[in-house]
Design a protein around this ligand. Sequence first.
Ligand code: 5GP
Length: 173
Amino acid sequence: MITGKPLFTVEHIQNRVKELASKISEDYEGKELFSVGILRGAFMFFADIVKLIQIPMTIDFINVSSYAKTASTGEITVHTDLRDDIAGKHVLLIEDIIDTGLTLRHIREMLLKRDPASLKICVFLDKKSRRIVEVPLDYVGFEIPNEYVVGYGLDYENKFRNLPYIAIFKKDT
Ligand code: 5GP
């Protein structure tokens, strides 16, 4: 079941996404972006933010998984890689949440080997207290406590992704 009221309401989310998009638009002025959405969790955040970024861009997706239910396994599986070559491009990785940092570190190192002109990371939620490995984050939506959250693309066993807000998830005992 989902407990309590939303941690972040639809309005909260929309306002923060707008702010992030304006900052990104400012920072990349005069450049062209290659936005990479990390599936499946980032699909909703990705769709919302790219609509508001006022920079010419191409988009691509990478589909990875790193979790067994609600605990990180530390093993990252790349199910579908990018379709396009990123050499010489300004890559912006867009992710739903960073927890231990293992997933983003893995993807970042994998993509850096492909010689992008630059690589920045934008995450919607940051569970900073849980970090095991440091990953440079350029844009962060909200820092959150050590709680398992669902909604706005984030799942529990692939459910709840369609909730338009973020809620704390607790399993019935
Ligand atoms: P990390 O590798 O940083 O530990 O974990 C990143 C991935 O774990 C995210 O892409 C996301 O799929 C999943 N994850 C981490 N914390 C949460 C959470 O609170 N809720 C959900 N639904 N997924 C999470």
